[in-house]
Design a protein around this ligand. Structure first.
Ligand SMILES: C[S@@+](CC[C@H](N)C(=O)[O-])C[C@H]1O[C@@H](n2cnc3c(N)ncnc32)[C@H](O)[C@@H]1O
Length: 458
């Protein structure tokens, strides 16, 4: 292994060991649902030193803890002394979030020749494509890529633009849902009228993480070649595997495929939907992939932590920071209390946060809950429940403080969980001697799963 890459491996291992320690330390807190805050004593899971500070209740401590986590804000040391462990936590989360900021800030410009295609795209997709296409172009030209395979292609926007920009490349999209492929080919027809790209093909297939990862992929390429007269499966082809937000295990599948399949020359993968990663310790699981993590004691990330890793932490932390400034602290608590009653009436799996109406100023908590139950066509609170709601709703300062502290901590743990998953993926590639790096593609507040793993074989 070259010295540089050896150093990369050591650096990654140190960072992952640090993440693991933190995740282990806060395991109970990260496994717990915010909605359970009022039925379990979540604040007892907070570090003792933090609770000591909380007892001296200082409003600005919470606000400064929250805002200091975001690297764009300066660190403010609170009037009441922050415990050292809290400062360490701030430093670690800030470091992780700082690594996710794109420098310089992206300009969101699609290639000129593609501008007339904007009508097919949602604003978020325009942002993603304009920030991602330059990275793909760099790989295509520096690695002499002859074929691009877009896995989990959705309606095929990325592959369509790549095919147009690279007429010499054959582009194949693979997608499990046939309706999305049908939609993609419909858009192609309109797109084609203007651009005449004849180098794009589709295949409906659900790829699975199993031991035959290479042979089933090669068979799929052969079938596509036979149907379309292409040369994806030729030993001479140099394939770029592309994954723009491949859900959960699909990202892991792509990395194993990339490592093991000789004709896959490069990979660009922007991971997402970590909650769908299978982290049961077995050979073909999606996590962990690296030998380093497989040797550690903690192998099974909780589903709660994986779910937290999918949140837009930057967005929520900055929104929360400004809410705290405005002293509008109760919105989250009230939603949580209302959810207790909602989940009693519906099965827990159908909890649906986004159907909640925001609390109107000065509204009574019982009214708030009843209004939201009505939105779900559910019966109103009975007398006993009203009493309980009021009891829970009389939130003293200490409870509010604890509620938000737990909430902020959980958001930050999600950031650390994502970092662990991504570092595991890149370490797996480095262990396999594929030169690999992270590239920040998008502004995290615009598209929060914004980190690409870019890898090529020497
Ligand atoms: C989050 S979407 C991303 C779509 C597209 N790449 C984009 O960025 O617009 C993930 C896509 O992967 C597809 N998918 C998930 N698992 C798959 C699998 N095992 N094989 C093929 N496609 C899969 C889903 O159907 C979905 O369309």
């Amino acid at each position: 292994m070259a010295t540089e890459s050896y150093k990369d491996v050591q650096r990654l291992q140190c960072s992952m060991a640090e993440d693991l320690k933190l995740i282990n330390y806060f395991e109970a807190l990260s496994n717990f649902f915010m909605v359970d805050f009022y039925t379990y004593s979540a604040y007892n899971m907070l570090p003792k030193a933090w609770l000591e500070s909380a007892k001296q209740y200082d409003d600005s401590l919470l606000e400064q803890f929250c805002t200091s986590l975001l690297p764009e804000n300066s660190v403010k040391i609170c009037r009441s002394l922050m415990p050292l462990s809290m400062l360490c936590f701030i430093a670690l989360t800030r470091k992780k979030l700082a690594l996710r900021i794109k420098q310089p800030c992206p300009k969101h410009e699609l290639p000129i020749s593609c501008k007339d295609q904007l009508k097919f795209l949602k604003p978020k997709k325009i942002v993603e494509l304009s920030d991602m296409l330059p990275c793909i172009q760099k790989v295509v030209s520096s690695q002499n890529i002859t074929h691009v395979v877009d896995i989990g292609s959705g309606v095929g926007h990325a592959s369509r633009f790549i095919a147009k920009q690279n007429p010499h490349c054959m582009v194949l999209r693979i997608e499990a849902q046939s309706n999305l492929i049908n939609k993609a080919t419909d858009i192609d027809l309109n797109f084609d009228k203007m651009s005449k790209s004849k180098n794009i093909f589709s295949s409906v297939c659900r790829l699975t993480l199993d031991d035959n990862v290479v042979s089933s992929f090669l068979q799929l390429l052969k079938d596509a070649d036979q149907a379309n007269g292409t040369s994806f499966s030729s030993p001479k082809s140099r394939i770029l595997l592309l994954g723009l937000h491949p859900c959960g295990n699909l990202g892991s599948y792509m990395l194993r495929l990339f490592k093991e399949c000789a004709i896959c020359q490069s990979a660009v993968i922007v991971s997402c939907c970590y909650l769908l990663i299978d982290s049961e310790p077995n050979q073909t699981g999606g996590f962990p992939l690296s030998n380093f993590l497989k040797d550690q004691e903690v192998l099974n990330l909780s589903s709660q932590l994986k779910e937290q890793a999918c949140h837009n932490a930057e967005f929520y932390l900055s929104r929360l920071g400004s809410q705290l400034n405005n002293h509008d602290k109760l919105t989250q608590n009230w939603r949580s209390i209302a959810d207790i009653f909602l989940s009693k009436r519906e099965s827990a799996s159908s909890r649906s946060w986004f159907k909640f109406k925001k609390r109107a100023n000065g509204e009574n908590i019982v009214k708030f809950i009843n209004k939201n139950l009505a939105l779900h066509k559910l019966p109103e609170l009975d007398k006993d429940e009203e009493e309980l709601a009021l009891k829970l709703g009389v939130v003293d300062q200490w409870k509010t403080w604890a509620y938000y502290l737990v909430y902020i901590l959980k958001l930050s743990l999600g950031v650390i969980g994502e970092s662990l998953i991504l570092n595991d993926r890149i370490l797996f590639l480095l262990e396999s001697r594929c030169s690999s790096q992270f590239e920040i593609l998008f502004n995290p507040k615009e598209s929060s799963r914004n980190v690409a793993i870019v890898s090529s074989k020497n």
